[in-house]
Design a protein around this ligand. Structure first.
Ligand code: HGY
Ligand code: MN
Ligand code: MN
Length: 416
């Protein structure tokens, strides 16, 4: 006996058109997007998403972190909703699909169910989590972290960007600070469709990633204090060079990650030297370390080894050093039942699939702490992401949305 809606398929053309429409908002300089969180472009993207949700008959709720919840009623209004979504904010040199595919893939489920007049027992809620990227306001997954009780809301409101603007001020300014208390919504389950942001699915020729786990993460901000001085007239043995310290610690991050192979990564992503003048020895350096591993012991060891190495380098160079953790989550194991729903959906639809660990962090990593959660990956070209050249195919997007829809609809229980 065929499962209800067994041959249920999304409208891939409509999904692709919506992705391309959203990509016009906050364009980058090389074909991608710069729609950073709580900028005017983010506000525009939110408005477009809200318009589409309204057209699809969804009722919109917004919480005090600006997260958007667009609800399709179920036949049993008391049944906990099945949530589906991701994020619309992008990196400064981001792609068109990171996060956006998960939000608009969720909307496409609603549009398809509306087209076919399919009803579900549980309501379905399409979600846009605020500030998943954490590039303007660290840490990443800020709103879903508050929702899951990992961060205090006031602390989140106080997070500052490079210009000293706070999250709370900017959320008010773009007009997306909602009334709802964060975290009060209870979920039957949460599903997130996302591009893999790595090379495995494409290399293996697989359509779908069944995400069983997520890597853990440590973000550290390191501030080195030396002494501004003339690059020409200051003898080498009199220099207190914060730029040199940053370079040596950056190399140590790489060396430590390599020493923890396999399944460990590390890099310095953001690096600033001051006064950043070509003939002044930098008296200050501020930079960020990103360590990740699915293995908690390795993650902890990398952080510990880096802190020891950095303090030794600072001593050797006579530098002041401050190390501030700015982001962290332990490795994640997604919900067995939800993961099985994703795997069965791919099987049922005849899509090739592969169990895998997420290299990137996602809102699902936090929501997994408060609701049964799983993720669906689709391949991306050359595994490239956080780059304006990020690319996927319409077929990959459609297959991912088909699997997402089957997992969501099966969990929400079709009733007619
Ligand atoms: O950093 C991450 O893994 C995510 O892309 N924000
Ligand atoms: Mn993302
Ligand atoms: Mn991202």
């Amino acid at each position: 006996m065929a499962a209800p809606g067994e041959n249920l398929k999304v409208n891939g053309d409509r999904l692709w058109d919506s992705l391309m429409e959203m990509a016009k908002i906050g364009p980058g300089v090389a074909g991608g997007n710069n729609r950073q969180t709580l900028t005017d472009a983010d506000g525009e993207g939110r408005k477009l998403f809200a318009k589409w949700c309204d057209e699809a008959g969804l009722s919109m709720g917004v919480d005090q972190m600006g997260t958007m919840f667009a609800r399709r009623e179920g036949e049993d209004p008391d049944a906990l909703p099945v949530y589906v979504g991701s994020h619309l904010d992008t990196q400064p040199t981001g792609g068109k699909y990171d996060g956006v595919l998960g939000v608009l893939g969720g909307l496409e489920i609603i549009r398809t169910l509306n087209d076919l007049g399919i009803k579900t027992k549980h309501p379905i809620v399409v979600t846009n989590w605020t500030n998943e990227e954490g590039t303007r306001f660290a840490p990443a997954m800020l709103a879903s972290g508050v929702f899951a009780g990992m961060h205090e809301q006031d602390w989140a409101y106080g997070r500052e960007d490079a210009e000293g603007k706070t999250f709370g001020e900017e959320l008010e300014r773009i007009g997306w600070k909602g009334e709802e208390k964060v975290g009060e919504r209870k979920m039957h389950a949460f599903f997130e469709l996302h591009i893999e942001q790595g090379p495995i699915l494409e290399a293996e020729g697989k359509d779908i990633g069944v995400v069983t786990h997520g890597q853990g993460l440590w973000w550290l901000e390191i501030r080195l204090t030396g002494k501004d001085a003339h690059t020409g007239s200051t003898p080498m043995d009199m220099r207190v060079n914060a730029g040199l310290g940053m370079a040596m610690i950056t190399e140590a991050v790489h060396r430590i990650a390599m020493a923890h192979q396999p399944n460990a990564v590390g890099a310095v992503g953001q690096a600033n030297v001051y006064p950043n003048s070509r003939n002044v020895i930098p008296g200050k350096a501020v930079f960020t370390v990103d360590f990740r591993s699915p293995d908690l012991a390795k993650l902890t060891s990398m952080r510990e080894q880096l802190e020891l190495a950095a303090e030794q380098i600072a001593r050797d160079l006579g530098l002041g050093i401050e190390i501030e953790p700015t982001g962290h989550f332990d490795p994640v194991t997604f919900d067995e039942g939800c993961v099985t729903a994703v795997r069965n959906a791919a099987e049922r639809l005849g899509y090739s699939h592969l169990d895998m660990v997420s290299g990137a962090g996602h809102d699902a990593c936090w929501i997994n702490r408060v609701a049964p959660t799983a993720m669906v990956f689709c391949p991306c070209v050359d595994g490239l992401s956080h780059n304006e050249a990020e690319e996927i195919s319409k077929e990959w997007a459609t297959a991912g949305a088909d699997v997402l829809m089957h997992a969501v609809v099966e969990t929400a229980e079709v009733v007619g």
